[in-house]
Design a protein. Sequence first.
Length: 773
Amino acid sequence: MTRATLYLIQSETPQERQAISAWLTSQFENGDGGRLVLDLTDERLRTTLDDDLLVTPVRVAWLPADGDDGPLARLRTSVGRAGARRSRQSVQKLILKLRPDRCRVIVGKPATVDDLRERWQRQAGSGDFESFVRRQAVLALDRAERALIGSQYKVARYVVEEITASPRFRTGIEKLSAELDLPVEVVYERALAALNQMVATQSRTAIDAWNRLGRYFSRAYRVSVDDSKADSLRELGRKYPLVFLPSHRSYLDPLVLRPALLAHGLPLNHVMGGINIDFWPIGPLTRRSGYVFIRRSIADDAVYRWVLREYMGYLISKRFNLEWYIEGGRSRTGKLRPPRYGLLTYLAEAFRSSGAEDVYLVPVSLSYDQLYEVGIMAEEAHGAAKAPESFSWLLKFNRAQDTQRGSVQVRFGEPLSLRAALDSETDQRLAVQKTAFEVSHRINEATPVMPRSLVTLALLGIEDRALTVAEVFAVLSPLVSYFSARGLASDLDLSEERSVRRVLDELASSGVVERFDKGTEAVYRVGPDQHLVAAFYRNNTIHFLVVRAVAELMLQAVAERSLASPDVLEYGWAVALELRDLLKFEFFFSDKDAFRAELHRELDLIDPEWRSRLNEPSTLLASLPVHLAHRVLQPFLEAYWVVAQRLAARDPRVPVEAKPFTRECLDVARQLRMQQQLASSESISGELFATALKLASNRDLVDPGRDEVRAARQKFADEIEGWVRRVRRVRALALGEPLDPGDAALGPVADEASPGFLGSVTVSARRPGVSQP
């Protein structure tokens, strides 16, 4: 017996109805059995839904134009699609006349009314059954249309209706009502308002417009993607929802990443972003292309937090991909910021209650040759106020993209199973923190070593001295050899002087480096007030060098002690852990066992026989072809030293207010730099001072107290001063003129020269930067 069929038609224009009518006629000619045809909005649907009826949804898809991707073709495609959705009949008539192949009748997967009713009772169980049928019909048609036009148009439909209709939502509202001692109606209205504000309302037109906008705004770059990793992610995404967690360097990041993912067949991500960019025209467009705007501060809004968890749970249960920046904001220093746990915590809670089999976290590294924003962020680090995002800001940002700025590298780290990560710890709070740090570590591991990073590393190591191309090349050669020994030099092209010259000239054209070519040959140095900009590019790669720098300072610390052979290794390990703890808020370190293995690897690279020669640490240090401790850690340690000294100089009973204290540190650091008591202008950084203050707070040195706080602050300052002294000695060793081992105070530090241009180091008799009581 042939089952009766109900064709449920979704149409908006006479042209669409005509196309569907012709298709239905062709279907009816050769078949038999009962047939019904209703419009999706027809009120008779309620009385038509018999359990044995087979519901078959039908609509018209307007396909994008093929071949020509020029501006006019893109405009025609966009207008044609707008016509399909907005009843622009004249455009559809033109398409039917000129390109009838672009009008395609599509059929969604049929379902019996009995099956639909069972699904409705399982998912909602109350409300309007015929509305549920209509939603399911549209979703089935969306899936059929994606088979024609691509997975980038996978959008979430009827989200608010489905979430609010579920028994889970009603139960949650009642529970919140009791916890907050508020009427159910009040909690429901707040939840509904939050959900409506939060939910992305997507459309093909907006998605296409955003993708074109992305290509336009990123026109200054050549985008390079790890194709094999992207393809493997596409396969993983067929089974599990993916959460992309990129590094955040620029406002361009989402405009670069989305086209890169779509080009490899990955569906649209729901991007969880800050509400600060919800301004015209960006806000309305991004909201309709998959962006979810989250309020900045939600700690005091229990209803909003609950709604956010429910929304995230809904998305992963429907296998939609998510995306957000785990750092919480753009890096001001060029290296990864500490991860923020908020959204990851909500995701973990949503996952546990969603019924999803698993969710995979995808670390993503975005690395730029140059960035327009870096100069602005450097000014902010020196104390300038941050300009708010606005339409005029957008226009200025857009004009800046007219200048070619090299390439942007999109690299993917190894995906991380959220289920496995959460199951590894019984304490879920600790599990989330460990997961966040593991994601950050994998982002760093995926980051390529960029030529610009090494060139700025070389130039910053000599501060204000200018070098010829040959001298820069001489500094870089052992660095390139070091990265080659670690298998990290595949993307480097610095094996010849002409390659180094090209990078130097690019840096000079962007103003980061100053070039003087009116003498016998061109010389280069970091430009005036450009040290933080140069450091930003250097810091893109600095994480690969931190353990090596720790190894050098460990050897320097051992060299300062007269220890018997059995005690040397134990002492060296203890001081390495001490330095690791000092820098724990600045860099991502592995756990202690892995850190020990990494430290041993670096010592193996220094000398494979280091275990038998550890009682000769000075010899090991002197044998190095290149020293990295001062190039990598000195700016951070000296910035920490400024903060520690200013804390020690304060009355411990006076509260420390972050902004005024940071301003004080900036002013004192400028003075010390002018007196040459700081080796680098990089140390004059509000970002570094903020991290140092965070470390001090972690050690209970910020809250007011009396003599015990004063003593603890002084001990903290002495500890950091000891490390500054050590890093300066390594720097002096690199110059060929070591400091007197008996010096008792820090003083002016000379600029480092390249090989063959050795500077000098002198020592002041007083401790700088500390007011006398």
